[in-house]
Design a protein around this ligand. Structure first.
Ligand code: NAD
Length: 484
């Protein structure tokens, strides 16, 4: 893998040299060229020319011009644009999924769901917009909900197409114009999205996209006084820098950050259903998911049965080619992500946790590329590094508890609070436990979704919410007009 940057797939290299500004594909002013490396082989599959501050300023200027008109659109007009976006993205589901599999190594069965969720964000925003009262009046007072202005939307690589659609849907629903800075590791997906945007024929300048590095394009969005709001999905460290640097121009911010989500297995859970559910939560998106349920809390007196059930169920989570529909766990996105996961597995062993399944190194037969072994640790204590830090790979920590109260305490013993899960037969009891978890979302008895339900974190997982009307509200300001 050390020389992978120099290996290329002859004849199949794509080149991307344009951004999308003011309704047109425009050549990059920035000159830096970055290789896109396929994580299954380590070979270069594309070369992308990255934007610079000048590209970003041009995009912001286009968004600012467009806001004058777009900021005054009616609900009906915005709903029409959301429908067009939905139609354009729906027509490219296969291409978006293929790009996600190729450049990111997303397993196809999950990548398709991610893309579909992105597509569903548009009708969800339309419904949310319909439900929101943008004008309220009483007596001589009128209160209106106004779009905040030009918004900078910054996304992470692990589900870029979803975040792109989700943030765009909320912003358009609110009447904001946008400059999107997708993850530079997601340039092939972004290329398809740009074609969707062009096909949707939004008014010129409403949606602009600059592909580039975070510390160049992202930083310009955060510091530029013409950008009113940043909606960010990514790491805690960058989220904190956005809050800090954005304060100078009084940015409104939505931060969707990391997680270390607990799955509480109650003592009445049927293991034949609960363990497959727990492993789906742990290994979704090959463990590269902010919502991944990476801490499994089990009653001490059921530990042996849980261990047996995990070992027996692992055959349903094969590692493999992400394009194969049977594959459950694909490669890590990059060599550095591979090494990060390895270092955490080593740390877990050093701290005294016991490897039940997996461990260090590549899985047999997958020595090339960024594949890791899906790993389950037992004998994990809540204070250990592997139980506290976000690994962002397929590594599950099993932690035991003695009582329901202790399970809740351990679940909340985390600086994060994004997602969580409760598994149990008694629904009343599962709900009681769910209501005590300090996280933005709790799912009961398996992963499920609702595009109207808000998404976002407590504590270090960030703040602000996305999806449906909650997502739109995050792009609105409140204005009161009072007549004497
Ligand atoms: P990252 O923070 O490194 O990068 C995220 C985005 O920010 C990228 O587009 C990057 O180019 C940009 N960026 C980097 N430095 C910047 C700067 N100084 N100013 C502005 N933008 C900058 O995160 P990542 O590695 O791409 O993604 C993984 C992280 O994202 C994990 O922590 C994961 O939990 C989190 N995540 C959260 C959610 C959620 O919904 N809460 C969803 C997915 C991923």
């Amino acid at each position: 893998m050390a020389t992978m940057e120099t290996i290329t797939e002859k004849g199949t290299i794509k080149t991307i040299t344009t951004h999308y500004i003011d309704g047109a594909f425009v050549e990059s002013h920035g000159r830096e060229v970055m290789d896109i490396i396929k994580p299954t082989s380590g070979k270069v599959i594309a070369r992308v020319t990255l934007g610079d501050e000048e590209d970003t300023r041009r995009a912001i200027a286009a968004a600012k011009r467009a806001f004058v008109t777009f900021g005054r659109t009616t609900k009906e007009e915005r709903a029409g644009y959301l429908r067009r976006l939905h139609e354009a993205v729906s027509a490219r589901i296969d291409d978006l999924t293929a790009a996600m599999v190729e450049e990111y190594g997303g397993v196809v069965r999950f990548a398709r769901l991610i893309v579909q969720s992105g597509m569903d964000a548009f009708p969800a925003a339309e419904k949310g917009l319909d439900e929101l009262a943008l004008t309220r009046s009483w007596g001589k007072t009128t209160v209106t909900m106004e779009p905040v202005g030009v918004a900078g939307l910054i996304t992470a690589w692990n589900a870029n197409a979803l975040f792109f659609c989700l943030k765009l849907a909320s912003a358009v629903g609110a009447g904001c114009t946008v400059v999107i800075k997708p993850s530079e590791l997601s340039s092939l997906q972004t290329q398809v999205m740009l074609e969707c945007l062009h096909a949707a024929k939004l008014p010129q300048g409403v949606c602009n996209v600059v592909i580039g590095r975070g510390n160049v394009v992202g930083a310009e969005l955060v510091r530029n006084p013409d950008v009113a709001k940043i909606s960010f999905t990514g790491s805690v460290a960058v989220g904190q820098s956005i809050m800090r640097d954005g304060a100078a121009t009084m940015k409104r911010v939505t931060l969707e950050l990391g997680g270390k989500s607990p799955t509480i297995l109650l003592d009445d859970a049927a293991l034949d259903q609960a363990i497959p559910s727990a492993l789906v939560l742990a290994f979704m998106n090959s463990g590269q998911a902010c919502a991944a349920g990476t801490r499994l809390l089990v009653p001490k007196n059921r530990l042996d049965a849980v261990k047996r059930a995990i070992v027996d169920t692992m055959c349903s989570f094969p590692v493999g080619d992400p394009a194969d529909p049977k594959t459950a766990v694909g490669p890590m996105v990059s060599q550095s992500q591979y090494e990060r996961v390895q270092s955490y597995i080593r740390k877990g062993i050093e701290e005294g946790a016991e490897v039940l399944v997996g461990g260090e190194g590549h899985p047999t037969g997958f020595e090339a590329g960024c594949f890791v072994k899906p790993t389950v640790f037992v004998n994990v204590k809540s204070h250990m590094t592997i139980a506290q830090e976000e690994i962002f790979g397929p590594v599950l920590c099993v932690i035991t508890y003695d009582s329901e109260d202790e399970a809740i305490r351990i679940a909340n013993d985390s600086k994060y609070g994004l997602h969580s899960s409760v598994l149990g037969s008694d629904l009343q009891r599962a709900r009681r436990v769910a209501s005590q978890i300090r996280a933005g979302r709790v799912v009961i008895n398996g992963m499920t979704d609702d595009p109207q339900a808000p998404w976002g974190g407590f504590k270090y997982s960030g703040f602000g919410r996305e999806y449906g009307k909650y997502g739109i509200e995050a792009f609105l300001e409140t204005r009161a007009i009072l007549e004497s």
